[in-house]
Design a binder for this molecule. Structure first.
Ligand SMILES: Cc1cc2nc3c(=O)[nH]c(=O)nc-3n(C[C@H](O)[C@H](O)[C@H](O)COP(=O)(O)OP(=O)(O)OC[C@H]3O[C@@H](n4cnc5c(N)ncnc54)[C@H](O)[C@@H]3O)c2cc1C
Length: 204
């Protein structure tokens, strides 16, 4: 029986990317992360460093600030971040897959130019609001409402367990419109009525 090693399936570039991220994680994440966790702090500088290394939205084309890498390279980057710390991987994968990707895929040109380059450098942090206190991640039962009043969009609702939310500059928020269709919106943190408190030990 012949066996194939995973390494045999990777290109030299993919292996180089994986090894470089592994090295960065060993030097910059593992030595500090336990201390941050025990002291209930978030190492915000790591998002900037990951941005500088091209680890945020690496599959986004270079014209929008991404590294233009393939999805296997993205998977290898996330694997190495996860090996160092799950929450750092969550921060990076939410930023990449749940914020940058929907903006790249569904956003208009103005939105792509405005947000993607800053999200790629880590200058801007994003979060993704689907899960709700009463219905978890079931979009069919979603209570958050989007309605149009006098030409303005009114977004009303609450989300929970949202990675990056207390430090996020923008949130991709999911809501049901007047016809019951699920819509995604980009909400900036300074927009009126928006708040993103941390979840306390009691879960509130
Ligand atoms: C650390 C963390 C970070 C998170 N970050 C985000 C985020 O950034 N954005 C966001 O929107 N959400 C986020 N979430 C929420 C997360 O996505 C949801 O908690 C997760 O998807 C589970 O969904 P749920 O809570 O609705 O649980 P459910 O889907 O209701 O599942 C609860 C339990 O019921 C079981 N179950 C569900 N349906 C069935 C069925 N039909 N039959 C039998 N068993 C079933 C499941 O297996 C599970 O054990 C985060 C959660 C955590 C813990």
């Amino acid at each position: 029986m012949t066996t194939t090693k995973i390494d045999d399936l990777l290109t030299e570039d993919q292996k180089l990317i994986r090894d470089s991220v592994r090295d960065w994680v060993n030097r910059n994440v593992k030595p500090i992360i336990d201390d941050y966790a025990q002291n209930h702090r978030y190492p915000e500088h790591l998002m900037k460093e990951m941005g500088e290394l091209g680890l945020l939205g690496p599959f986004i084309p270079e014209e929008y600030g991404g590294a233009g890498l393939d999805q296997i390279s993205y998977g290898l980057i996330m694997q190495e971040l996860e090996a160092g710390d799950s929450s750092i991987r969550s921060s990076a994968s939410v930023q990449s897959s749940l914020v940058m990707y929907p903006i790249y895929y569904f956003g208009n040109e103005e939105q792509k130019k405005k947000y993607l380059p800053k999200l790629a450098t880590g200058e801007m942090i994003g979060c993704f609001g689907l899960t709700e206190p009463n219905h978890g991640s079931d979009p069919g039962s979603m209570e958050t409402k989007l309605s149009k009043q006098n030409g303005n969009y009114i977004l009303n609702g609450a989300k929970m367990w949202i990675t990056n939310s207390p430090i996020a500059d923008i949130a991709v928020v999911w809501a049901k419109d007047d016809e019951g269709k699920i819509r995604g919106l980009i909400v900036e943190k300074d927009m009126r009525g928006f708040s993103a408190p941390e979840i306390s030990k009691n879960g509130h």
